[in-house]
Design a binder for this molecule. Structure first.
Ligand SMILES: Cc1cc2nc3c(=O)[nH]c(=O)nc-3n(C[C@H](O)[C@H](O)[C@H](O)COP(=O)(O)OP(=O)(O)OC[C@H]3O[C@@H](n4cnc5c(N)ncnc54)[C@H](O)[C@@H]3O)c2cc1C
Length: 498
C-alpha cells in the first residue's frame, strides 16, 4: 500500500500485524529513495535502537520528532517487559487479589459478604485486556512518530561495531542504543531442567489456578506472585536460601512483610538452599539441602533476571559485559564501544521501569548535545507491590554508616498511624535515616498501606536537598497515612515536642 510522496520523497508504507496477531496495525514507512541533502535511510539511519522497552520507545519517538532518522528493532511484543509480562499484568492481577482479600476479611469492618469466589479465568482475561490496551498504546505511539521512525520486527544482532543484522538485512548507524531488557534467570539446580517449571512470564499464561504453588525465590517478584496466588486460592510456599523475605531490605522491613505472609498462611521455607528438583506423580518435588522435601503441583522459578546480552552479538561489536552479562556503561550510557549506548535492565543497576524511562531522558540529552545528569547521581525509589506495599529510597542505616555518615534513625510502627488504625491496615513500619550533621534525609523505608505513594514524599524532599525539619514544619492532613511520615521523623529526639 502506498501513500503519496511527501516532501519530495518516494515513501513506501507497509502494514504489519503485531506478534500477538491482534487486529491493530503498525504503520511501517520505508523510504525507498533519498533526495537532496538527506542521506539516511531505514538501513542507514542516523540512529538504531534495539528493543522497544521503557527507554527505547520514548527515545525513538522524541529523536524522530527532533529530526533524526531512527530505525527501531523489536523481536517480540511492542512495549517490552513492563507492558507485556511485567508491571502492567502483575499490578492488574494484584488488584484482583486484593479485592478478594478485602472481601474475605470484610467482616472485621462489620461487612458480611458471604462466600468469596475467585473466577481465575475472568481475572486472567481482565489482565490480558489490560496488556492489549497498553500494548496497542505503544504501537500507536510508534506509528504516530511519522516517517522518520522505522520499526523493524525481528531479532537484531551486532555484526560489527556500528552494524546490526535482522531478518537477513544489514543496518548501519553511527549511533546505536541497546534497550534489550532482561529475562528470568534460571539457577543451576539438579533436576530443574527436567521439570516443567514456570517463570514470571509463563505464569501469566496459566488458565487454571495452580492448587499448590512452590516458588523458588523470596525477592520482589516471588513475594508479589506468592501473595497474589495465595489470595486467588492456591497454597503457596516461598523457598529461598536467605533467612528473610526481601533479603536486600532491612530486617525490620522483611519481618513486617513476613508477619503478613504468615497471617495469610503463605509457607516460608527460608534459610535452606535447594539440593534438587524432581517430577512427582502429581507435580513436582523440591528437596532442600537439609533433606526437607516440599511437594507442589507447580513450580515457579523467581530467582532474578539476566540481561538479554547473550544473543546480541556483543563480541562482534567488542561490547564489554560484567559477570552477570550486563552491558558496562559510563556516566553517559556509552558502552565500551564509542557511539554505542545501553539503557535499562541490560545495564548494571536497579531493574525498574522508571529507571529505564529516566535513562532515556538522560540519554536524549546526551544524544542531542544538551547538559545531561550523570547516570550515577540520581535517587531511585522503588516499590514492591505486595499488600501492604514495601517502598524505599536512599541509604539504609547500615549503608549510610558504611559510607561514613553519622546517622539518626527514626522508626515508627505503621500501626501507630491514626488512619491505619481506622482503616484496619496496621501492618508495617516506617524507618527514616537522617544525617546527624546536616539533618538531610539519607534514606526512607516504608512497609504499609500505599507505601509506594508515600515514598515520594521522601524522594522529593531528598531530591530537593530539603532537611528532615521540612517535614516536621509542614502541615500534614489528618487523618492520612502521610501524616505518619511526619510522626516518624518527630520520633527523633531533636524534633520531639517538649
Ligand atoms: C513480573 C515482573 C514485574 C515487574 N514489576 C515491576 C513494577 O511493578 N515496577 C517496575 O518499575 N518494574 C517492574 N518490573 C521491571 C520492569 O518491567 C523493567 O525494569 C522494565 O520493563 C524496563 O525494561 P527495559 O526498558 O530495560 O527493557 P524491556 O522492557 O525488557 O524491553 C526490551 C525489549 O527488547 C526486545 N529485545 C531484546 N533483545 C532483542 C534483540 N536482540 N533484537 C530485537 N529486540 C530485542 C525485547 O523483546 C523487549 O521487547 C517487573 C518485571 C517483571 C518481570
Amino acid at each position: 500500500m502506498c501513500e503519496p510522496p511527501e516532501r519530495g520523497e518516494n515513501v513506501t508504507v507497509t502494514f504489519l500485524t503485531s506478534a500477538a496477531g491482534a487486529a491493530r496495525r503498525v504503520l511501517i514507512r520505508q523510504r525507498s529513495q533519498c533526495y537532496g541533502a538527506v542521506m539516511s535511510s531505514p538501513t542507514n539511519p542516523d540512529l538504531i535502537i534495539i528493543g522497544t522497552g521503557q527507554a527505547g520507545v520514548p527515545l525513538a519517538t522524541r529523536l524522530a520528532a527532533a529530526g533524526k532518522r531512527v530505525t527501531v528493532f523489536e523481536r517480540g511484543n511492542a512495549g517490552g517487559t513492563c507492558v507485556n509480562i511485567g508491571c502492567t499484568p502483575t499490578k492488574t492481577l494484584v488488584a484482583s487479589a486484593r479485592a478478594a482479600h478485602v472481601a474475605r476479611t470484610a467482616e472485621r469492618l462489620g461487612v458480611h459478604v458471604g462466600e468469596v469466589k475467585v473466577d481465575f479465568a475472568a481475572v486472567m482475561a481482565r489482565k490480558d485486556g489490560m496488556v492489549q490496551r497498553w500494548r496497542a498504546g505503544v504501537e500507536k505511539h510508534l506509528a504516530g512518530a511519522g516517517e522518520r521512525l522505522n520499526l523493524v520486527r525481528g531479532h537484531a544482532r551486532f555484526v560489527s561495531a556500528h552494524a546490526v543484522e535482522a531478518n537477513g538485512q544489514r543496518y548501519e548507524a553511527a549511533q546505536i542504543v541497546i534497550n534489550v531488557g532482561a529475562r528470568p534467570a534460571v539457577p543451576d539446580i539438579a533436576g530443574l531442567s527436567d521439570v516443567p517449571y514456570l517463570t514470571s512470564s509463563s505464569l501469566l499464561e496459566l488458565r487454571e489456578l495452580p492448587p499448590r504453588l512452590l516458588i523458588l525465590g523470596a525477592g520482589y517478584i516471588a513475594c508479589e506472585m506468592g501473595q497474589m496466588f495465595r489470595r486467588f486460592g492456591a497454597e503457596v510456599t516461598l523457598i529461598a536460601p536467605s533467612q528473610r523475605v526481601l533479603p536486600r531490605e532491612t530486617p525490620e522491613v522483611s519481618e513486617a512483610l513476613a508477619g503478613v505472609f504468615r497471617a495469610e498462611h503463605i509457607q516460608l521455607a527460608l534459610g535452606q538452599a535447594v539440593a534438587s528438583v524432581a517430577r512427582a506423580h502429581d507435580g513436582v518435588q523440591v528437596t532442600l539441602k537439609d533433606g526437607t522435601k516440599l511437594a507442589g503441583s507447580h513450580l515457579l522459578v523467581a530467582t532474578g533476571r539476566r540481561a538479554n546480552s547473550a544473543d546480541l552479538g556483543c563480541d562482534a561489536a567488542d561490547l564489554k559485559l560484567d559477570e552477570h552479562g550486563q552491558l558496562l556503561v559510563d556516566e553517559r550510557y556509552q558502552t565500551s564501544q564509542k557511539g554505542v549506548f545501553a539503557v535499562g535492565d541490560c545495564t548494571p543497576g536497579p531493574q525498574f521501569t522508571h529507571v529505564s524511562w529516566d535513562d532515556h531522558r538522560v540519554l536524549f540529552d546526551v544524544l542531542t548535545g544538551k547538559q545531561a545528569r550523570p547516570r550515577s547521581q540520581r535517587l531511585v525509589p522503588y516499590t514492591v507491590f505486595t499488600d501492604p506495599q514495601v517502598a524505599g529510597v536512599g541509604l539504609s542505616e547500615q549503608k549510610a554508616r558504611e559510607q561514613g555518615f553519622e546517622v539518626e534513625v527514626a522508626t515508627l510502627p505503621f500501626g501507630n498511624v491514626a488512619r491505619a488504625i481506622e482503616t484496619d491496615e496496621t501492618a508495617g513500619v516506617i524507618q527514616v535515616v537522617v544525617d546527624a550533621k546536616t539533618e538531610r534525609i539519607l534514606g526512607a523505608f516504608i512497609v504499609g498501606a500505599d507505601a509506594g505513594e508515600l515514598i515520594h514524599v521522601f524522594s522529593t524532599a531528598m531530591n530537593s536537598g530539603a532537611s528532615a525539619r521540612t517535614l516536621v514544619d509542614a502541615e500534614f492532613v489528618h487523618p492520612t497515612f502521610a501524616e505518619g511520615l511526619q510522626t516518624a521523623v518527630m520520633k527523633l529526639p531533636r524534633y520531639a515536642l517538649s
